[in-house]
Design a protein. Structure first.
Length: 131
């Protein structure tokens, strides 16, 4: 499991019209944006190099905390199914183009972030990877 290959595959999987997707943590961004974080890896789950696991967070930033449209915009992304469901998009190809053996988006948690001094409404998606 190569971290850069996994991030590239997640970026490809999460392509949605109008959503900027970053496969590396950017210096700055313009919402709406999805930032793919860094992998936390656990090696050797099964004997000597039999399997590894990893987790990664994806942060979806919709817009200003006070913007009602930003709150409404998030609804389509946090559903368990649908055209813009992050969970559905990630799990559509269980191998992420061959970069892992299995992938599962396990949760979506509301968070707030400050970007350029502005408090933003966001969700953190937790993803489990095996390979």
């Amino acid at each position: 499991m190569t971290p850069s290959t996994v991030r590239d595959a997640l970026k490809t999987a999460c392509t949605i019209t109008g959503l900027r997707v970053y496969d590396t943590v950017p210096d700055g961004l313009i919402p709406p944006a999805l930032v793919i974080g860094q992998l936390s890896i656990e090696w050797d789950l099964v004997f000597k190099r039999g399997a590894d696991s990893a987790t990664i967070d994806l942060i979806l930033i919709a817009g200003r905390m006070s913007d009602r449209a930003a709150q409404d915009y998030l609804d389509g992304f946090i559903t368990a199914s649908g055209a813009n469901s992050i969970k559905t998009l990630i799990e559509a190809d269980q191998t992420l183009g061959g970069s892992v053996t299995s992938v599962r988006c396990v949760s979506a948690t509301p968070v707030s972030l400050t970007v350029a001094g502005v408090k933003m409404l966001a969700y953190r998606f937790a993803v489990e990877l095996y390979g």
